[in-house]
Structures are given as structure tokens and as C-alpha cells.
Design a binder for this molecule. Structure first.
Ligand code: GDP
Ligand code: MN
Length: 378
């Protein structure tokens, strides 16, 4: 789950990390109001769930209230990476003398948190890593033993002047605690800015939370941003289905995440393209199949649907009932290929056959059929 900068800043503030004072605004008038409270000059920042806002014209300095109004109007009419800007963060501008990069993420192969640090911050870190790999310093934090202060202090000493190193260490430890306590997947401060008086503050903040950790942090649910997900994904979540939009044309309804992955792989292998990942879960009631079909139907790219069920706890007759209800409720005008195997297969197959639908047993055959059906539609 991605957080907006203004949300990420709240977490940083609570963790005791200095950030410039700021306010959220949704209109040029609100931006002017915020600037009156904060004091000029201010920086207006588009709040979108994407990086590189500066380059896209989404970060602008304003020295007068008239400039605040104009720049706010400009930024609020932008689309950044295809997403319209709806909110601004107005922050008190700071006099940045030097920009550092400070980030934490998970190094899966090391099974540790990795600290990423650079004295050439401000810019795109991926670009910097490609151009000047030696400008990027890293260290690991073992989640079992926690941060090794000495090692981190030595890392920071390679980037920060001696006078700033202790404050940088304090920020890094607070960031790590924020990362750990909230089950984050990424915490990034870029730029971590050094001001004229030598003090350091987080002039930008990005936090991505691990969706699988959210159940432990109900208070973070309030940060969920519907904009991050497609309408289909939001409907699916509300219905308790695990769904991810993809850009192909074959809709998939599968039970179990493993089988859903295997189904997408096989569609690709045989030359097709899946429109989605959808796991209807272990105990699929007819209603779940109905909801799943209704979610898929909303996708205009869809050319055919594959239902692939390996009945264990899931009963094939429940699935068959769901398909039949969906068919009765609205015309299913797309080609539908069904593969049913396992618990109550006979009953499920018979229910479908009574209404003229065939259920296949072999997965490869079903995948080939659905690809043919999709191709015949184009
Ligand atoms: P991003 O482009 O999405 O990463 O947005 P940032 O919040 O990092 O802003 C982009 C750049 O604008 C920063 O790297 C800074 O160079 C500059 N910037 C942002 N806020 C201020 C500020 O208060 N003062 C100064 N001098 N520069 C700023
Ligand atoms: Mn930035």
C-alpha cells in the first residue's frame, strides 16, 4: 500500500524526524490560506502516488500569494503518469544546501533490511545507481538483532560531515523503527536535506507498506487510497477476493493462488494473455463466483473467460451453481471455458451439462480452448 507524501510525513513526524511544516490543499484558495499560515515562500507539491513529480512539473516554488494561486492552479490541472492531481501539499520552503538520499527496503536474498545512502541525493536513485554505482552506500540491518549502531555510524561517516553525522544517525534509527514497527516495504527520504544552518530535515518522504502486514495495523487502514487500485480491485477486495488487474484479454477465475499463478503462466506459455489474477479462495460459495464473473464483465478488453477449479474444500457443484446463477442474471455473451476437477466434480459437471455447458477435465486443453476462443473474437 502506497502512501502519499503528506501521509508519509505524518509517520515521520510521529517518529520524531524533522520535516518542514506543511498543510494539504485541494484548491488554489486553500493553497493561499495554507501559505498565509505557513509564511512565504512556500513549495507546492502535487500529491500523487508516483515519484519524479519534480521533473513532471508537480513541485513548484511560490514567493507571493499571487504565485501560490497561479502555481496551485497549474499543478492541480496536471496529470502525472496518467493520474490527475487532486491534492497539493503546501510546505514552508527551506534553504537547501545539500541533498542526501536515505532509504530503507527489504533485501530479500539477504533476508535483511538494507539501508541505502547517498551524498548525491535529490535525483532519481535508480538513475544514479546506473550512472555512478560508487555514489551509493549500503548496509544491512538484521531484523533479529536490530540495528548495529557502530556499523551504521561508520556508514554515515562516509557521506556526512562529522558535525551532521550524529543527527543523521538519529534519523536513520528512527526511520528503521518506523519501517519495522509498521511493516513497511520501503521508506525513502529524498532529499534528506541539509540547510544553511547545518541542520537536516526530510524534504520529501515516501512510504510503501506491506499489504500482508496491514492486518496487524488497523490504524493504518485509514491511509488506504482507493486511487492506488483499479475499480475492479476495490470491488474484489470488498468481496474478499484476491484480484490483480493485468493487461491481457483472457479473464481468469481460479481457486487457490498457486493454481491461479499456474493458469496465468500456462496462458502465456500457449501464446495468450491473462486479463487478471483472481483467486476465489478455498471455500467458494456460488455468490463468490457470481461476484467474480461480474467483476470480470466490467472489463472492456475481455474476449473470453476461463474458470479453472481444482476442487478440494471448494466444491465443484458450488462453482457450477455460481456460474448458472450468473448466466441467468445477465447474458454472459463472452465465450466461457470451464475446467472442473475434484470434490463433487460429477455433480458440478452434471449441473452444467443440464444447461448445455461443458466442463473440461484437462487444464492444458481448457487453456488452449480459451486462447482459441479469445483469438476468434479479435
Ligand atoms: P519528487 O520529484 O517527487 O521526488 O519531489 P521532491 O519533493 O523530492 O521535490 C523535488 C525537488 O525539489 C527536490 O529534490 C528539491 O531539489 C526541490 N525542493 C523541494 N522542496 C524544496 C524546498 O523547500 N527548498 C528547495 N530549495 N528545494 C526544494
Ligand atoms: Mn524526492
Amino acid at each position: 500500500m502506497k502512501l502519499y507524501e503528506y501521509q508519509a510525513r505524518e509517520l515521520l513526524s510521529v517518529a520524531g524526524i524533522p520535516v518542514p511544516p506543511g498543510k494539504v490543499a485541494q484548491s488554489p484558495e486553500e493553497a493561499v490560506g495554507a501559505a498565509r499560515e505557513l509564511g512565504l515562500p512556500v513549495v507546492l507539491k502535487a500529491q500523487v502516488l508516483a515519484g519524479g513529480r519534480g521533473k513532471a512539473g508537480g513541485v513548484k516554488l511560490a514567493r507571493t500569494y499571487e504565485e501560490v494561486r497561479e502555481r496551485a492552479r497549474e499543478i492541480l490541472s496536471l496529470s502525472i503518469k496518467g493520474v490527475p492531481v487532486r491534492r497539493l501539499l503546501v510546505v514552508r520552503a527551506v534553504d537547501i544546501r545539500k541533498e542526501y538520499y536515505l532509504g530503507l527496503t527489504v533485501d530479500r536474498s539477504a533476508k535483511k533490511t538494507v539501508v541505502i545512502l547517498s551524498a548525491s541525493g535529490g535525483v532519481d536513485i535508480e538513475e544514479l545507481a546506473a550512472r555512478e554505482p560508487q555514489a551509493i552506500l549500503t548496509a544491512h540491518i538484521d531484523p533479529q538483532s536490530g540495528p548495529a549502531h557502530g556499523e551504521l555510524a561508520r556508514l554515515l561517516a562516509r557521506a556526512f560531515p562529522a558535525a551532521q553525522a550524529p543527527a543523521a544517525l538519529e534519523t536513520l534509527l528512527a526511520l528503521y523503527e518506523l519501517f519495522r514497527a509498521n511493516d513497511a516495504g520501503l521508506v525513502e527520504v529524498n532529499p534528506y536535506a541539509q540547510l544553511a544552518d547545518g541542520s537536516l530535515l526530510a524534504a520529501d518522504a515516501k512510504v510503501v507498506l506491506d499489504d500482508n502486514g496491514l492486518a496487524k495495523h488497523p490504524q493504518l487502514e485509514a491511509y488506504r487510497n482507493a486511487e492506488e487500485y483499479s475499480e475492479e480491485e476495490n470491488t474484489a477486495r470488498a468481496a474478499g477476493l484476491s484480484f490483480v488487474s493485468l493487461d491481457g484479454d483472457i479473464g481468469c477465475i481460479v481457486n487457490g493462488a498457486g493454481l491461479a499463478m499456474a493458469t496465468m503462466d500456462q496462458i502465456k506459455l500457449f501464446g495468450g494473455a491473462p486479463a487478471n489474477f483472481l483467486d476465489v479462495g478455498g471455500s467458494s460459495s456460488p455468490e463468490k463466483v457470481l461476484t467474480a464473473l461480474n467483476i470480470l464483465r466490467g472489463n472492456p478488453r475481455l474476449k473470453a473467460i476461463l474458470i479453472n477449479i481444482f476442487g478440494g474444500i471448494t466444491r465443484c457443484d458450488d462453482i457450477a451453481r455460481g456460474i448458472l446463477i450468473a448466466r441467468r442474471q445477465a447474458d454472459l455473451d463472452l465465450p466461457l471455458v470451464i475446467r472442473l476437477i475434484g470434490t463433487n466434480q460429477k455433480e458440478g459437471t452434471a449441473l452444467l451439462a443440464a444447461e448445455g455447458l461443458t466442463a473440461l477435465e484437462d487444464m492444458s486443453e481448457a487453456v488452449r480452448k480459451v486462447i482459441e476462443a479469445a483469438q476468434a473474437q479479435s
